[in-house]
Design a protein around this ligand. Sequence first.
Ligand code: APR
Ligand code: PHB
Length: 385
Amino acid sequence: MHATVAIIGAGPAGLLLARLLHNAGIDSVVLEHRDRAYVEHRQRAGMLEQTTVDALRAAGAAARLDREGLVHHGIELRFDRRAHRLDFPDLTGGRSVMIYAQTEIVKDLVALQLAEGGPLLFETQAVGIEDGLVRFLRDGVEEKLTCEFVVGCDGFHGISRAALPNARVYEREYPYSWLGILADVPPSCEELIYAHSERGFALHSMRSATVSRLYLQVPNDADPEHWPDDRIWDELEARFAVDGDWKLSRGPITQKAVTPMRSFVTEPMRHDRLFLAGDAAHIVPPTGAKGLNLAVADVVVLAEALEHWRRTGATDLLDAYSDTCLRRVWRAEHFSYFMTTLLHLAPGQTGFDTRLQLSQLDRIATSRHAAAELAENYTGVALRQ
Ligand code: APR
Ligand code: PHB
């Protein structure tokens, strides 16, 4: 088997890259370890920056997103039993975000790839990367894919990162996790609510007019079995409590899972003809929902660089790929770290630490500059910094 570009992993990064290359007339093969149902049903965040929406539209992959996505013009911060709204268009010169689940983006991209794109092979595990060659296992048989370029879009647990010699890793783990739930109940808010409370962080998000997505900060060793539905709703209610008459609607919980939080960057994101994109190269904690947006931005930059190479033979954009991406990646790393440490209570946190958090939240609520800084980062920085 041969392709100009071998793509490992059919998450949002690999699938969108395959689509962008197809549109540019560059052939690729996508190898995906898991089956289609698994890939299409993995729960992840669903907040899209304008740049991400623009990229999906330009790729011809936004028909359903444009019908079903929810445009959000702000978020609410809750702290000290007060609610404060940040108006994104006002603070950023017109930017907003879109709520559309990552599962749906993946379904849309898989359908397009199978209908119009090159090979997308499920249940096919890449097991080795050499110069211009990927070895993979399918039906227990090892085969070879030769190529001009390999792109590792195989997420945090993939094999590509280890194939980069001399990579340097920067990492931070957090002393808390998120218990995330999906519930069959209309959201109790029109926009996302990020809550700081003396009981810990909570987030109210949504998937549609009838499905809510909510999160609670829990200890790292938390077991979802110890969180029966009533305990979850009671805890959410306590953490979102504000003075005034807001009410949290309860409904049947259909999914429950605990996710750890990590910041991680590998540098550089390229060696010779091997490139990394998305979670394979960097992880952010979910506060601020930057993961998907970073993955999309990486592959947009890479597809342009490959198209430029195909058209002119020049490698200057490919050579610049890692530096171009890392500048944006580090901005998102900082913002995600900032949002996380601003809103969560670390175990053993002192009253002093909590007072600093509340002071910063109050600053965001009262200073246009502080609010605009948060809003600009939340709605997304430019593709190229
Ligand atoms: N061979 C083939 N496929 C592999 C291999 C392998 N050896 N290892 C991993 N994979 C596949 C995984 O099964 C997965 O489907 O690579 C895919 C990686 O997809 P994601 O983890 O979704 O990563 P990415 O496409 O970079 O998406 C980033 O996902 O975690 C979120 O917040 C993150 O939203 C962001 C997005
Ligand atoms: C989500 O909808 O799952 C979500 C939204 C915003 C976040 C994190 C997760 O910051």
